[in-house]
Design a protein around this ligand. Structure first.
Ligand SMILES: C[S@@+](CC[C@H](N)C(=O)[O-])C[C@H]1O[C@@H](n2cnc3c(N)ncnc32)[C@H](O)[C@@H]1O
Length: 307
């Protein structure tokens, strides 16, 4: 250590010798050791066994990573409220490890796992097992099923754990809104066709999530629904976003609808400005649309949009 210049003898050179530590070594605790032993971070044999246990003794995936290994990496690289991202989801070990580690240190880490639409091969013995378990011929079916089973196991084993073991699954798709694509020979026809410009095969949940993305809101915020004036109304993120996607809002329903929506926002008392969204084609005419906007404005809600 003397040869390494790692020992200091004080300013005068005659003090009790002390070990010199560099800032990089002392900040945020200790530097991780370089050698990680099986007994601490598991092995492929152990993780294969663990995954088999989750899938009732059947092997469904080759070489899953050990949960303990991922937990070690997660502890080094993340803290409370962080998001752990894994582009190679596979059997979902990373999410499982995030949950387990959260139980251990009480943090609220979240995760994003990505999986290519990789097909499963029914001729391969393990993949055949996976297809039987999941009823889908895509690798992502294993990811989802493993997480459902792992969440249940975690809840059974930790009855007092109040953390979150939920997750949402999204599939990459085109926008729910039709892209403007005029038929030059029939412009009038195109305009009629685009009067309703949300794609017919999309659900209200699809549209809500596109709104969240476009408004830059968290995809995991709470979504509540209520029937107001016989219309389904969604409240996202406790009053941050209110959405009514009903196709027909008649003039005499406007006032009740608006006032009850305002009441609901007030109950939640959001800290940011509320955005309110309707389907453009829901109103009989522009007067009806202006009327509802004016009611909201009277109560201080100026951010009304139509879709
Ligand atoms: C070895 S597995 C990951 C195993 C995972 N850590 C576990 O414990 O289950 C690798 C994964 O990466 C995906 N993958 C392979 N090539 C990829 C690429 N170029 N881009 C994104 N994902 C890819 C595969 O579909 C597979 O799910």
């Amino acid at each position: 250590m003397v040869a390494d210049n790692r020992i200091v003898f004080g300013a005068e050179g005659n003090n009790f010798p002390r070990l010199k530590r560099f800032l990089s070594e002392v900040k945020q605790g200790v530097v991780p050791t370089t050698i990680w032993k099986h007994k601490d971070v598991g092995s492929t044999q152990k993780s294969t066994r663990e995954l088999k246990e989750i899938f009732d003794g059947k092997k469904v995936f080759d070489y899953p990573k050990p949960v303990d290994l991922l937990r070690r990496i997660i502890t080094i690289g993340s803290g409370d409220n962080d998001i752990v991202l894994d582009f190679f989801a596979g059997s979902g070990s990373t999410a499982h490890a995030v949950w387990e580690q959260n139980i251990d240190d009480g943090h609220h880490r979240r995760f994003i796992l990505i999986q290519l639409p990789e097909p499963l091969d029914p001729k391969n013995e393990e993949q055949k097992n996976a297809i039987e378990f999941c009823g889908e011929e895509l690798l992502s079916a294993i990811t989802k099923e493993r997480l459902r089973r792992a969440a249940k196991k975690i809840e059974d084993e930790n009855p007092v754990f109040s953390g979150d073991t939920g997750f949402k699954v999204f599939k990459l798709d085109s926008s729910n809104i039709k892209a403007w694509d005029p038929m030059t020979k029939d412009l009038e026809g195109t305009i009629d066709e685009f009067a309703e410009y949300i794609k017919e095969d999309r659900s209200e949940t699809d549209i809500l999530h596109e709104l969240l993305l476009k408004l830059g809101l968290d995809l995991s915020i709470k979504i509540q629904e209520k029937t107001i004036a016989n219309k389904k109304v969604y409240n996202l993120g406790h009053g941050v976003l209110l959405v009514c996607l009903n196709r027909n809002i008649s003039d005499n329903e406007i006032e009740t609808l608006a006032l009850d929506m305002i009441e609901w926002i007030k109950e939640d008392n959001p800290q940011t400005e509320t955005t309110i969204v309707f389907r453009d084609s829901a109103f009989v005419d522009n007067v009806a649309k202006t009327n509802i906007t004016e009611i909201f404005k009277q109560y201080g809600y100026n951010n009304i949009r139509s879709l």
